[in-house]
Design a protein around this ligand. Structure first.
Ligand code: FAD
Length: 549
């Protein structure tokens, strides 16, 4: 074993990275005029936004480590994983910003001043073979799992959900994926009974209110068992619950939240349209006031796309244009709770007594199977007046409520990505400990150990920023929204990188459907796309927040 990297040394690397990043950020603020001209400088903004995300993850990793050390909970494996995660992030920040120094106008001198020769030498050691291979070897010995030190309550949550995931979900995950089956009802009813849908719903509305860290740990363990058939079941209820808590009337909260928290109703989120994706403010699906059979409400017309779980869902949280004046943009949108019958197939159609019609057809996907994502068509589909979120005051506020919901979805996706990356890491370790080539197990090869050490360090960074975002969300959801976006951005990229490295270590068998790593790879690829596609998060959420004056 190596002597490791001392936390003071990791702090030195953090200071260097923070110095370079801050110089870059200040200059980018000037260039983009406080973020107003991001679209004239998209490439530069993207890199600075990503470096900001890595810098934040680096900070959070060391904060978690110091806290765990102070509480006497930090194992030596955890210490090495954290310090090497910090070093890897410092290196990535340096390498990301170095090519930009001329464009930013900070010049070579900034690089030299932030990373003088002794710091560069430390960085080489901290990201070099001896230490990273040591972490890789330890991760191999630990079966790919270096547990995060938690307090007793959160440890119990993690253990309970892990047991559920391993015993109830894992045995079915492969079959569901291979046959593109729907999530079994037994998962939903058990998860409802265990309180998994109500983790961040207040007790007053039937939830268990254990906070966002408990929600993340739950999501992570479920996603470790299956991203699509378990880990993502919580996302849609989370999104609608947050929108209701943020802007629903008291009657709506009392009516819907207990049913969401118990798992009695499943939710689909219908925002995206065939022609409208990232530009959510331009949503075209129309909702118009109507009286149908003497009942006041709204009729909805238009297509929606990529509505996950829309078949099985009992309600759709649907964003529609209530103001016909398209120039109103985001201000013309309202959020509706649209009740529907539940279906378990890949296609459905339902007609209302008043003539309204809703049909859906699932789009085939290489991964993320189990919930099925539907293209929908609504024709004069009636929704009662009381289902406009926020009541009369909610008219025109749908975009903002939806965005609050998406912030929660992004936080949750940081947990989903960490769980999937964990599964890929463990599966890879199992494989390389068993598979022999050239007379040795793969895990004995130097390069395998080095790659695995890097995978472990990256997963540690993803967890650190996600757990911090969860805690920040408990304090103030609004101000924590950019951090949740950063957690989502980093953790999803880590899930892609870790699963693909794991696939490569499986060689040809990594491409075979019968090995779970091939599922992890196709599942991971969706993570940077939904809940805010990666470039939009970088430019319009993180970039704006980091570059605002
Ligand atoms: C499996 C799956 C499940 C999903 N589930 C749901 C769901 O349940 N509910 C729901 O409403 N949606 C869902 N989505 C939709 C998802 O949120 C959208 O795909 C995503 O928001 C991107 O929209 P788009 O696909 O229309 O891409 P587009 O917006 O067309 O973007 C395409 C590319 O262009 C880039 N781009 C766009 N605008 C800019 C710009 N201004 N500057 C630079 N680059 C830009 C984007 O970043 C992206 O890389 C799901 C998608 C998938 C694949």
């Amino acid at each position: 074993m190596s002597d490791g990297l001392r936390i003071e040394e990791a702090r030195q690397l953090q200071a260097a990275a923070a110095d370079l990043f801050e110089r870059a950020r200040k200059s980018a603020v000037e260039i983009t005029e406080g973020g107003r001209r991001i679209d004239d400088h998209q490439v530069l903004t993207e890199r600075v936004a990503y470096a900001a995300t890595e810098a934040r993850a680096l900070d959070e990793t060391l904060v978690h480590l110091e806290r765990a050390q102070a509480e006497g909970r930090a194992s030596s494996d955890f210490e090495l994983a954290c310090t090497l995660a910090a070093a890897e992030l410092a290196k990535r920040i340096h390498d990301r910003l170095a090519p930009l120094v001329d464009e930013l106008g900070i010049g070579e001198a900034a690089l030299e001043e932030a990373f003088p020769a002794p710091v560069r030498s430390l960085l080489r050691r901290a990201t070099g073979e001896a230490l990273v291979r040591d972490l890789g070897r330890r991760a191999i010995e630990a079966g790919g799992r270096i547990d995060w030190p938690l307090d007793e309550m959160h440890e119990q949550v993690r253990d309970q959900v892990r047991e559920f995931g391993v015993n109830e979900v894992l045995p079915h995950a492969e079959r569901i994926h291979r046959n593109d089956e729907i999530v079994p009802e037994a998962f939903i009813s058990s998860m409802g009974k265990l309180g998994f849908f109500g983790l961040s719903v207040p007790e007053a509305y039937g939830g268990v209110e254990m906070g966002n860290l408990a929600m993340i740990l739950t999501t992570e363990e479920l996603s470790r068992a299956s991203l699509a058939a378990a880990g993502s079941l919580i996302t849609r209820p989370e999104i609608l619950a947050k929108a209701l808590l943020g802007g629903g009337t008291e009657e709506q909260k009392a009516a819907w939240l207990p049913r969401i928290a118990s798992g009695e109703i499943m939710v689909g989120v219908a925002v995206t349209e065939p022609d409208i994706g990232s530009d959510v403010a331009s949503v075209k699906c129309r909702a118009e006031r109507a009286d149908v059979d003497g009942q006041k409400g709204w009729v909805i017309n238009g297509p929606k796309s990529w509505c996950t779980f829309a078949g099985r869902a009992d309600v759709l949280a649907l964003l529609a244009r209530t103001d016909p004046d398209a120039s109103k943009g985001a201000k013309g949108l309202s959020l509706f709770i649209v009740p529907k019958e539940s279906f378990d197939g890949h296609e459905f159609e339902t007609t209302q007594p008043g003539g309204g019609r809703l049909s859906g057809k699932a789009d085939a996907t290489p991964g993320y199977r189990g919930m099925h994502s539907f293209t929908l068509q609504l024709d004069n589909y009636f929704v009662p007046e009381e289902n406009l979120v926020g009541g009369a005051a909610g008219e025109g506020r749908g975009f903002y409520l939806q965005m609050a919901g998406f912030a929660a979805g992004r936080l949750q996706t940081g947990g989903r990505a960490s769980g999937l990356a964990q599964a890929a890491l463990e599966e890879t370790v199992t494989y390389i400990r068993d598979r022999e080539q050239f007379g040795q197990v793969l895990s004995a090869f130097q390069l395998t150990q080095f790659t695995l050490g890097k995978m472990m360090a990256l997963l540690t960074a993803a967890r650190a920023i996600t757990y911090s975002a969860a805690v920040a969300f408990d304090e103030d959801e609004r101000s924590a929204a950019p951090l949740a976006a950063q957690a989502k951005l980093l953790a999803c990229d880590v899930a892609v990188e870790v699963s693909q490295s794991g696939q490569l270590m499986h060689g040809g068998w990594g491409y075979a459907e019968e090995y779970p790593i091939s599922r992890y790879v196709v599942d991971a690829q969706v993570l940077p796309i939904f809940e805010g596609v990666k470039p939009i998060l970088e430019l319009k959420v993180i970039g704006r927040s980091v570059l605002a004056r």
